[in-house]
Design a protein around this ligand. Structure first.
Ligand code: F0G
Length: 354
């Protein structure tokens, strides 16, 4: 049967009824790609998979949550949505809102949004407001607006976002036949780790899996409030998507860590860019820097000897957003710029070494 989007596929696990007008762009159903070159860093008993969320309609995992949040907003008769964003939420909110005939407002930290994401919000017709400050400031502003205006908050504080995003776990279990042993994921505002953990638990309860994975969340070293145990006033990292100093779902992320026996740790920008380049340059999988935090964390923990050696294990890394979101970073991360030559075949031949 033709794929109809994640709400239709997982309807029985989601808070929708026949009355919910489903707003979908056929999000979800993303591939779990075996990462054999990454496995070489980890061990022979390990299979590593990347859940390539960059293949969602707007290029990130946010579409999973947005199809739910906007469908439920449409059910209520909402006319306008608002979010704070480091970029991907705003791209997704703008696309799904316009599809539902709603206005969308997005508040972003000035000067820290990757170009691809900004272009998406603008072309989908969102009203984009840049504030001086970071994501945390933007989210505070959004919460204040929501107290005073009839506008729907579509950040992951909206519980329907978490509901939609938990389907990522369902797809992983459906593909592997059981939950993986370890689940690595970047952490920013901490909605996604919360959602995956919820999904794994619900699927286990319904008998679809026999176990839950150990949850391993990774923040960027310059933006690691959960690791440090205190909000970070001026978060910094090349991974602008997770440049967040005071995550909304902080407690839930700690809950996922503690009840799974896992970790929330940090990876440096250097480690993030290293993993980013391995994924693109060895695996053929182009992700944005924040997404590579999951693989950077995996490699860091493999080096520490964290993973068991005495049995076969499956590890899933969530690759949260597409590399094309942030083309500037890709160009800055490679040594080779394009070489310009005269239109002379000899000139070109000099450069080709086969
Ligand atoms: N990876 C990417 C590509 C993201 O865009 C985000 C969050 C995360 C990871 C972290 O997920 O916040 O649920 O812990 N982006 C948000 C945004 C904050 O506004 O687009 P999280």
């Amino acid at each position: 049967m033709a794929y109809k989007g994640l709400i239709e596929r997982y309807r029985q696990y989601l808070p929708v009824t026949e009355k919910t007008p489903v707003v979908s762009l056929l999000e979800g159903d993303t591939p779990l790609i075996r990462l054999k070159r990454v496995e070489e860093f980890i061990g022979e008993n390990v299979r590593v998979y990347g859940k390539y969320e960059g293949l969602n309609p707007t290029g990130s995992f946010k579409d999973r949550g947005m199809t739910m949040a906007i469908s439920k907003a449409a059910e209520k008769g909402v006319k306008a949505t608002i979010c704070a964003s480091t970029g991907n939420t705003s791209a997704s909110a703008a696309a799904y809102s316009v599809r539902a005939g709603m206005k969308s407002y997005v508040i972003i930290p000035d000067g820290h949004i990757a170009m691809g994401k900004l272009s998406q919000a603008l072309i989908h017709g969102a009203k984009v407001i840049a504030v001086e400050g970071n994501f945390d400031t933007a989210l505070e502003m959004v919460k204040l607006i929501c107290e005073n205006y009839p506008v729907e908050l579509v950040n992951s504080l909206n519980p329907f976002r978490i509901e939609g995003q938990k389907t990522g776990s369902f797809e992983i279990v459906d593909f592997l036949g059981d939950a993986p042993d370890f689940h690595c994921i970047p952490v920013g505002n901490a909605g996604n780790i919360t959602a995956y953990w919820k999904g794994y638990n619900e699927y286990k309860k319904s008998g679809k899996s026999s176990k839950n994975p150990v949850m391993m969340g990774f923040q960027a070293a310059g933006s690691a409030p959960i690791v440090l145990g205190a909000p970070v006033k001026n978060p910094e990292t090349v991974a602008t998507a997770i440049r967040i100093g005071n995550p909304a779902s902080w407690k839930q992320a700690e809950e996922a860590r503690d009840s799974s026996g896992g970790v929330i740790d940090m990876v440096t920008d250097e480690e993030i860019i290293g993993a980013y380049r391995i994924l693109a340059g060895c695996e053929g999988v182009f992700v944005e820097p924040a997404s590579a935090a999951s693989v950077a964390g995996l490699i860091k923990y493999a080096k520490k000897g964290y993973f068991p050696k005495d049995r076969e294990i499956n590890i899933v890394c969530v690759l949260t957003g597409h590399g094309l979101k942030d083309p500037d970073r890709a160009i800055k991360s490679v040594e080779f710029a394009p070489v310009t030559v005269k239109p002379d075949i000899k000139e070109i031949e000099k450069l080709i070494k086969i």
